[in-house]
Design a protein around this ligand. Structure first.
Ligand code: ATP
Ligand code: MG
Length: 442
């Protein structure tokens, strides 16, 4: 992409309305624009990141055996009345009346609709287990939308729903999602810690929030330091194998959010030097709720003995749009964003230090062409801006590598390669630079 042909409305000054760094940087880097309170337009650069995150989330859901569907954003109130949540959900639900005076709503979540959808297709216990997910916009009329897309009113969520015959089978489905979340967040360059969360009236131990540590997080969290160092299962993991040992390892050390925190237990179980108290951002939540929805919505199947039994379910959410902000909170410096390779909007930023100079233009065009042909996604700053402005803009938008080409270097057959994360610059021959960058993304 040539910057001269792109839509990248970056901002120099810090926007006053932004309280936290990710919000500031997303506005400054031209990633989002507020359309109204808690509702955002995703500009090209932000949209690319959102899609990359979405794709990684999808990939890891599918790897764990979940199947993608797409439910609508607008739902009828009927099923919600049946489950009792039409009243219970309260003011966070955006209620809409259509022209025939039918009560509709913009979905804040999808337990009712997916339960009803699955019911229409399931014939017997042989159709179980099944896990269906979708990646769809949600609306929650939050009292205090803030921090940009981190707590928006309209936001993108991945939500999966598992269907099993028994609680034991349900636990297996839960474990698959647990492990899939570990892998997902790891691929996004994040250290997410699963923390025991509220299970409500269901009880048990099958509710975990996945938390990123960040000073600007909304919840206070407490955990054992070891959890930050744990290795995540590799891509070769067999999801049909026994996952209990992995779950046991990750749930053994103390980890709890505010609501679940037990100061006495924390002190007793964790040595003082290993105690970590920090702020955290919730990026995912997995929750087993048994027959909470299958019972009121009459989702049952015949088991092997011919008995009709209610299906056991869980729901598994990832805040896809919130993750864009969470990644920035975890990875930035004074100059701007530092994207992990896996979600960066472009791979390489190519800076032409003297647009209009024939030799420099030719060298840039050649590199742009060859890198692009090699499947490297290049943002080529071919504008007439000053070098200083180009440098700070490139640092702001945070692409992992910068390739800097100026007339003096070109005359000597040299270019500069800069690593955004470390700030290190290397002068290399054009060939060396090309090889280095292509090998980085192989
Ligand atoms: P929170 O405690 O942050 O309000 P929640 O418990 O209401 O979250 P869930 O219903 O479990 O969230 O939704 C699944 C995921 O969706 C959350 O883990 C979070 O990452 C994301 N999410 C929830 N509310 C918002 C929001 N208002 N804006 C952006 N993402 C959100
Ligand atoms: Mg909420």
């Amino acid at each position: 992409m040539r910057l001269s042909k792109y839509f990248l409305p970056t901002i120099k000054e810090n926007p006053k309305e932004a309280e936290i760094v990710s919000h500031r940087l997303m506005l400054r880097a031209g990633m989002i624009r507020q359309a109204s309170a808690g509702i955002y337009t995703w500009l090209p650069l932000g949209f690319k990141v959102l899609k990359k995150i979405e794709n990684i989330v999808r990939d890891e859901q599918e790897r764990a055996g979940a199947i993608e569907v797409l439910m609508p954003t607008i739902q009828s109130a009927d099923l919600w009345k049946q489950s009792g949540r039409y009243e219970d959900y309260g003011k966070e639900m955006l209620r809409i009346t259509d022209r025939h005076d039918r009560e509709m709503l913009y979905g804040p979540t999808n337990e009712e609709l997916i339960t009803d959808t699955f019911k229409s297709g399931v014939k017997s216990y042989r159709d179980l287990p099944c896990n269906l997910f979708h990646i769809q916009w949600k609306f929650r009329d939050e009292v205090r939308p803030r921090f940009g897309i981190m707590r928006g009113r309209e936001f993108l969520m991945k939500d999966a729903y598992s269907f099993d015959l028994t609680v034991e089978e349900g636990r297996k489905s839960y474990n698959k999602m647990f492990v899939s979340y570990l892998r997902t967040f790891d691929r996004l360059g994040l250290k997410a810690i699963p923390m025991a969360a509220d299970t409500g009236p269901i009880g048990g131990d099958m509710s975990h929030e996945f938390i990123i540590l960040a000073e600007t997080g909304e919840s206070e969290v407490y955990c054992h330091r070891d959890l930050i160092e744990f290795d995540v299962p590799g891509a070769d993991l067999d999801y049909d194998s026994d996952l209990e040992p992995i779950i046991a390892k990750w749930t053994a050390p103390y980890a709890a959010t505010d609501e679940e925190h037990d100061a006495e237990r924390f002190a007793a179980e964790v040595d003082e030097k290993d105690r970590l108290q920090a702020r955290g951002i919730e990026v995912g939540h997995i929750f087993f709720f048994g027959s909470k929805y299958s019972k009121p919505l009459n989702l049952s199947v015949q088991d092997a003995t011919g008995q009709q039994v209610a299906i056991e379910s869980g729901s598994y959410g990832v805040g896809v749009s919130r993750l864009v902000g969470a990644i920035i909170e975890a990875s930035h410096d004074d100059n701007g964003i530092i994207w992990p390779k896996s979600v960066s909007p472009f791979d390489v930023g190519l800076i032409n230090l003297k647009a209009g100079d024939d030799a420099t233009d030719a060298a840039c065009e050649d590199l742009y062409d060859r890198l692009t042909k090699d499947n490297i996604d290049v943002l080529y700053d071919d504008t007439n801006d000053r070098a200083g402005a180009k440098f700070s803009n490139m640092d702001l938008i945070g692409l992992p590598w910068q390739l800097i080409v100026g007339p003096r270097g070109v005359a000597a057959g040299e270019v500069e390669v800069k690593c955004r994360a470390t700030g290190e610059r290397e002068t290399l021959s054009v060939e060396e630079a090309f090889n280095k960058l292509t090998s980085e993304f192989r």
